[in-house]
Design a protein around this ligand. Structure first.
Ligand SMILES: Cc1cc2nc3c(=O)[nH]c(=O)nc-3n(C[C@H](O)[C@H](O)[C@H](O)COP(=O)(O)OP(=O)(O)OC[C@H]3O[C@@H](n4cnc5c(N)ncnc54)[C@H](O)[C@@H]3O)c2cc1C
Length: 292
């Protein structure tokens, strides 16, 4: 027997929050690229689905006072093609461009990518290095949470039942801040990440590294910051020699992190794989800073 599902398409945020507040057990849908698969696999069986894409005020990419703000229903394609994001947070545009296929990028949203909380969520790896925050809203109010504090240790994210992720924000990259994302997947098209590296570095006079934020995707239940490697860059000149040292540290950190997870069997593969991906990212930033 086919199950009937109630479907709501609110026109604005107020209506959205009221529907969620007044109904028990609502399921939000944005692009549906994760949710529909979960329904088909019978992992979830919603009675009520609420469409986020009908809420037009949730779809934007803009800059306000040096902050890049992205509405939750912006698709991977919109972000990858945005001139603003390419200029002010290149790593995020690169991460969104690497997601799935054209069809998936046209449907899938950045909000859905974050809330689905997969270890392989490409946008999250980039947002972590960009030190982004998310806005969580409900009828009761709103709270802003840094993406680094959003993930729970055992998997999933810290999101209350009534809350909707409405906005993602991060500081726009100034002229001397360089960011870069590289993903390693097994296939060119539709590749789910095997591993990704994002770096955001502030490079001053004489290639002096003032600040570095580095994240690695797909070695834990969620993307992680490689703080021990960041320390190797900050306060030193960004040089090819320094990059070689840091690549070794990335490999050690990857092995140590995987050792604490159920994915220990991947250590020998990923500790080698990370070296090539890290080199591509760090050298890209090195040559961009050099050309400046
Ligand atoms: C073939 C294929 C390839 C893929 N490749 C990649 C890839 O390379 N990289 C990658 O990172 N992902 C990939 N994905 C996963 C998926 O496309 C992304 O995670 C996508 O961004 C999810 O967004 P969505 O809008 O489709 O989410 P939906 O499926 O609509 O929702 C996902 C979950 O998030 C909740 N949700 C959605 N938006 C919000 C919100 N604003 N607030 C609160 N809850 C919300 C929903 O209730 C649901 O539980 C792939 C998926 C497929 C099917």
């Amino acid at each position: 027997m086919i199950k009937e599902i109630e479907f709501y398409a609110p026109a604005n945020k107020k209506e959205l929050f009221e529907i969620i507040h007044n109904n028990r057990d609502t399921h939000l849908i944005a692009g549906g690229t994760d949710l529909i698969i979960n329904i088909n696999k019978k992992k979830v069986s919603p009675d009520i689905i609420v469409n986020l894409k009908s809420v037009e005020e949730l779809n934007y990419i803009k800059e306000e006072g040096g902050i890049i703000k992205i509405g939750a229903t912006a698709t991977h394609s919109q972000i990858a093609d945005s001139l603003l994001v390419k200029e002010e947070g290149l790593a995020l545009a690169q991460a969104c461009k690497s997601v799935g296929s054209t069809q998936i990028r046209n449907l899938g949203t950045i909000g859905g990518n974050i809330v689905n909380a997969s270890p392989a969520a490409d946008s999250v790896a980039a947002l972590l290095a960009l030190d982004a925050s998310v806005l969580l809203e409900s009828l009761e109010g709103k709270r802003k949470v840094r993406i680094s504090d959003l993930h729970k240790h055992a998997g999933g994210i810290d999101l209350n039942k009534d809350e909707v992720l409405t906005e993602i924000s991060f500081k726009s990259n100034k002229k001397n801040i360089f960011s870069y994302f590289v993903k390693f997947g097994l296939r060119e098209a539709l590749a789910i990440v095997e591993l990704s590296v994002t770096a955001v570095m502030e490079i001053g006079e004489n290639n002096f590294c003032k600040d570095a934020k580095i994240s690695i995707g797909a070695i834990e239940r969620h993307p992680v910051r490689a703080r021990c490697v960041e320390k190797k860059f900050v306060g030193k000149q960004l040089s090819l020699e320094n990059i070689e040292d840091s690549i070794e540290k990335m490999s050690e950190f990857t092995a140590e992190t995987l050792f604490k997870t159920p994915f220990k069997d991947l250590i020998s593969y990923k500790k080698q794989c990370i070296k090539g991906v890290s080199r591509e990212v760090f050298e890209a930033i090195y040559y961009k800073a050099f050309q400046k």
